[in-house]
Unconditional design. Structure first.
Length: 94
C-alpha cells in the first residue's frame, strides 16, 4: 500500500465523498470507527476512497485493523474501537 504518499487532504476528500454520496451498507464498520467532523466513519472505506483520490484507483484488498488504522492515525486522524458500531452507522445514507 502506498499510504506514505497520501495526505490528510486525501482523507478529507474521502470524507466529503462519503457525506455527499452515502455509504453502501456492505462497507460499514464492524469494529473500528474513524472519528471526524462529529461523526463516525468506517476506516477501511475511508482509506480505500482516500487512495482513489490520490492514485486514481480504489485500494484493492484492504484489510481492517491496524493495517488500516495505523496509516489514518499517522495522518492525524482518530481511529478507535467502537462498542456502538451499529449506532455509529445511522447517519449513513441507505
Amino acid at each position: 500500500m502506498e499510504e506514505g504518499n497520501m495526505s490528510p487532504e486525501d482523507v478529507e476528500k474521502a470524507l466529503d465523498g462519503i457525506e455527499r454520496d452515502g455509504m453502501p451498507t456492505n462497507r460499514r464498520s464492524t469494529l473500528y470507527c474513524l472519528m471526524a467532523r462529529g461523526r463516525h466513519y468506517p476506516p477501511k472505506q475511508v482509506l480505500r476512497l482516500a487512495h482513489r483520490h490520490r492514485f486514481g484507483a480504489e485500494l484493492a484488498g484492504a484489510h481492517g485493523g491496524e493495517r488500516t488504522n495505523r496509516p489514518l492515525r499517522n495522518l492525524g486522524f482518530r481511529v478507535e474501537k467502537c462498542a456502538r458500531v451499529p449506532q455509529c452507522q445511522t447517519w449513513i445514507k441507505e
